[in-house]
Design a protein around this ligand. Structure first.
Ligand code: HGY
Ligand code: MN
Ligand code: MN
Length: 422
């Protein structure tokens, strides 16, 4: 893209997205399940995708390395080798039966930005690093935004003992995937190595699409608390135990789940979701004795969210008492609501304007690696419109035109950040 002092793009046209969209399709083939995109952290599909992303990084002129937790990094030096980097990143792990763009778009668009700089022989003051994080979703291990947390030094040895649904530990999975579990501490970057972090990501909500806008400057990321609830009743014969004598764990959990929905709807901007449930022994003719389900509660205000979560815990315990079942409630991961950096937000808004679009400033209901990086360096996000806000669904979609705009704005923002960070 030709670049002039006004920062306005004199050559509108889809310069980047034909390759970008083709690569997003190609990357979607790295899946655990034929016919859908499921690429959980450290699966063979994820490890193969890391290899493909690193090949594209190298092709774009970057030096490449894989860290001990199997995140991929590409580095494009600035005018002075070894200079602090502007990191452009996102994640390449996915949920089960995912769309193509959640996470993957940000990583491949960042590679397109470096390819453009490289093709033009353009060097910035700062290096550019591209990060392809893993286990952002937490769809394999109950520990989301895991590898970006390790990058900022927030991971401890306990992470290696976390188990997936099959009982495999992070340590075992890393060893199988060619990672280096005992060197997880080496993932941590020193303060100052990364001057800023910027992530292009689909909005995963309907605001941009509803307002007919392509891009947004993200102001904050909602905080979340992830909880595992276990209900213990008493298994029995479905045909013989009178209804009044049952301690039915699934019926109790069902009443609890409706309570999650009621309390989630009790505050503006608060949301609460039960995404997964297991009922054992799971036979048609047995009264369920044990049930486990997840709760994902989020909101822009930590105090409001925590107050709602406390009310929910009280309500679940009351339901358990009344139904004579045992309940254990493990709030295993909390992430604070995070404001993104004012300078980065402004630069993103300016870059959107420079690319001929109206910048909307908006918060993110979804969690992102940027929420972790914000604790380490000035961080921000560019949201790209996705059709009807659909995400965490294979129907997730973006247009070729918007994808091209996304790369151009990411490139423009990187150039502007380079000048503004000093
Ligand atoms: O769950 C989230 O908000 C993100 O998609 N990991
Ligand atoms: Mn996601
Ligand atoms: Mn994501």
């Amino acid at each position: 893209m030709a670049h002039n002092e006004t920062g306005r793009d004199p050559t509108p046209g889809m310069r980047f997205s034909p390759v970008l969209m083709a690569r997003l399709e190609a990357l979607a083939a790295f899946t655990e399940v034929e016919g859908q995109l499921t690429r959980r952290y450290l699966s063979p599909a994820h490890v193969a995708a890391v290899g493909q992303v690193e090949a594209w990084m190298a092709e774009a002129g970057m030096s490449v390395h894989t860290d001990p937790l199997v995140s991929a990094f590409g580095r494009y030096e600035g005018r002075t080798p070894g200079a602090p980097a502007i990191m452009l990143g996102s994640h390449i792990d996915t949920i089960v039966d995912a769309g193509r763009y959640d996470g993957n778009l940000g990583v491949l668009a960042a590679i397109a930005v470096v390819a453009e700089l490289s093709a033009r022989g353009e060097r910035l003051e700062h290096a550019i690093e591209v990060a392809a994080f893993g286990e952002e979703e937490g769809s394999r291990f109950p520990a989301h935004i895991l590898t970006s947390s390790a990058l900022i030094g927030a991971a401890g040895p306990a992470l290696l003992d976390i188990r997936d649904a099959d009982g495999i530990t992070v340590r075992e999975a890393l060893t199988r995937a060619g990672g280096n579990p005992d060197a997880y501490g080496d993932c941590a970057r020193r303060k100052g190595e990364i001057a800023a972090y910027l992530e292009l990501h689909i909005e995963q909500g309907p605001i941009l699409d509803t307002q007919g806008l392509a891009l947004g400057a993200v102001t904050a990321i909602n905080g979340s608390v992830r909880t595992m609830v276990s209900v213990a009743g008493f298994a029995g014969h479905a045909g013989t135990v009178p209804m009044g004598q049952r301690r039915d764990a699934l019926a109790a959990a069902s009443e609890m789940i409706l309570c999650v929905e009621r309390i989630g709807a009790s505050e503006a901007h608060l949301v609460a979701t039960v995404g997964r449930i297991t009922a054992l022994p799971g036979a048609q003719n047995v009264i369920p004795g044990r049930v486990a389900f997840t709760i994902d509660m989020r909101g822009p205000s930590d105090p409001v969210r925590d107050h709602a979560h406390a009310a929910l815990v009280t309500a679940l315990k009351e339901i358990a008492r009344r139904r004579r079942v045992e309940v254990t409630i493990d709030a295993y991961q909390r992430n604070a609501a995070t404001a993104l950096h004012p300078l980065v937000i402004d630069v993103v808004a300016e870059a959107i304007t420079a690319c001929g679009q109206q910048p909307l400033r908006l918060p993110s209901g979804a969690g992102h690696d940027a929420g972790i990086m914000a604790g380490h360096c000035p961080s921000g996000m560019i949201f790209l419109r996705c059709k009807a806000g659909i995400s965490h669904n294979p129907a997730e979609s973006i247009t070729m035109e918007d994808a091209d705009l996304g790369v151009r704005v990411l490139l423009e923002a990187a150039r502007r950040l380079d000048r503004r960070l000093g």
